[in-house]
Write a protein that binds this ligand. Sequence first.
Ligand code: DX5
Ligand code: ZN
Length: 215
Amino acid sequence: MIKIAPSILSADFAKLAEDIKEVERGGADYIHVDVMDGHFVPNITIGPLVVQSIRPVTDLPLDVHLMIENPDLYIEAFAKAGADIISVHAEACPHLHRTIHLIKEHGVKPGVVINPATPVSAIEPIIKDVSLVLLMTVNPGFGGQSFIESVLPKITEVKNLADKLNLSLDIEVDGGVNPETAKLCVEAGANVLVAGSAIYNQADRGEAIKAIRGE
Ligand code: DX5
Ligand code: ZN
């Protein structure tokens, strides 16, 4: 079963509630929330206050992708704001094991993210402790970038590792996902597809979700 996680980064922030409800009606499985701090990535987006505001708007799990330095300092705030999944970048966490367990201690599902140039070996020691592995298929920071095909073998690597260890985790991809690249990601082993511009730049968001799911 393929899950679709629309990224609200490409939504209209002036009518965020409406844009979230529209993708929920359109069959979305998660709402993907991109948090950027202007340090780890060259862009600034939203924080826990926005997560708190959108929490009552949808029944879907909030999939919070932290692209920030020192994520340990903000995990409690995002958990209290209503995040269901909090994913942190391996590149931003010198004490990754501690950070993942801090997320769990707050009753939130932990995810770990790697950038296109980071090898799967960076997350191998922690894979048993996470609910989700997110493979970036663009360099994080902005919506609307082109899919980096060289990440595809890493998706398969994570899938094989998860199968070998008998883990039932989500394997998510993020960046440049459209109906064509979605197919490649699913064939490689991904089961959660994040899409921002390919959903929110379309007039009919429900149809866009179906197309990405391959229906
Ligand atoms: C990129 C973000 C993505 C982004 C995806 O840094 O993590 O979630 O919004 O946008 P598209 O689907 O337009 O590449
Ligand atoms: Zn993201």
